[in-house]
Design a protein around this ligand. Structure first.
Ligand SMILES: C[S@@+](CC[C@H](N)C(=O)[O-])C[C@H]1O[C@@H](n2cnc3c(N)ncnc32)[C@H](O)[C@@H]1O
Length: 211
């Protein structure tokens, strides 16, 4: 897990640095993550930071969870009547089963050694048919990109606290957590975009019928 102090220090510059690091994808990725009508949904922005998702999305209930007070303080500058910010650790989320229609997690999974544990909890707190949407850096196979990821990004940007996964590892973790993987794409060779659905009761019945 990342040192908590890091985000406390970096919060004032975070949005500027993230725009640079996302190499021109800052707006297009967010459009893709939010490319549906979410206005009636209950949503969780997991590791919400300064509010990349939760200060833009239209939803009935918006919850942002993060453990950094400084990141949450910047997030809170944008007032939204249906937004609640929760200071907490993603490894120990204080939510009930089937609370959310969507869970978004942008640029944060690499902070976790055991993201598979978090995926299992996300599956539990999503409603059946609900989706988990993720954007982050990943482990490229391309040797040049892999070298950049494991030198510059790992050592300079992430200060040696970083866990990234290949596409295959992502697929396996999602499937083991119980998700149906709908989209698993790389972006610019450096990032991964995921949309995965918690099965509906009908999905389970159908697969039971064909078994
Ligand atoms: C790189 S930022 C991403 C913020 C935001 N999602 C975005 O896309 O701009 C990662 C965030 O994860 C939060 N974080 C890291 N480890 C966490 C944990 N164990 N529990 C909750 N939040 C955590 C950090 O405080 C930080 O705000």
């Amino acid at each position: 897990m990342v040192e908590p102090r890091f985000f406390e220090t970096i919060a004032p510059f975070y949005d500027f640095l993230t725009r640079l690091f996302m190499m021109g994808t800052y707006d297009s990725v967010r459009r893709r993550m939010l490319n549906e009508d979410t206005s009636r949904f209950s949503i969780l922005d997991l590791c919400s930071g300064t509010g990349y998702i939760c200060n833009t999305i239209e939803a009935e209930r918006i919850v942002g969870l993060d453990m950094s007070e400084s990141m949450l303080a910047r997030n809170a500058r944008v007032k939204r009547p249906n937004k609640t910010l929760v200071k907490g650790n993603a490894y120990n989320m204080p939510f009930e089963a089937t609370e959310f229609d969507r869970i978004y997690c942008s640029s944060a999974s690499h902070e976790f050694k055991l993201f598979s544990k978090i995926l299992k909890k996300c599956h539990q707190i999503l409603k059946p048919g609900g989706s988990f949407v993720l954007f982050d850096i990943y482990q490229p196979k391309n040797p040049v990109l892999s070298a950049i990821m494991n030198t510059f990004v790992r050592r300079v940007v992430e200060r040696n606290i970083m866990w990234v996964h290949t596409k295959e590892e992502w697929r396996q973790m999602l499937t083991e957590a119980g998700f149906i993987v709908e989209e698993l794409d790389t972006i610019r060779g450096f990032y991964i975009y995921i949309r995965a659905r918690k099965p509906r009761v009908e999905d389970t019945a159908e697969s039971g019928n064909t078994a």
